[in-house]
Design a protein. Sequence first.
Length: 64
Amino acid sequence: MYVCLCNAVSDKAIREAVRRYQPKSIQHLRQLVPVGKQCGKCIRAAREIMDEELQHSPQYKEIA
């Protein structure tokens, strides 16, 4: 399903970016995928998808 019609970003693309990079904010997600760059109507849906994926993905810890 397309979340951002302006930039043709799908929920699959958002989920993949969240799984791979685990953004901590919508601003970080916007650096990874071009959501909310034009009309901004997709921000709420993108945030919901990001939050859902972050809840279900394992948290990686840095080894120092």
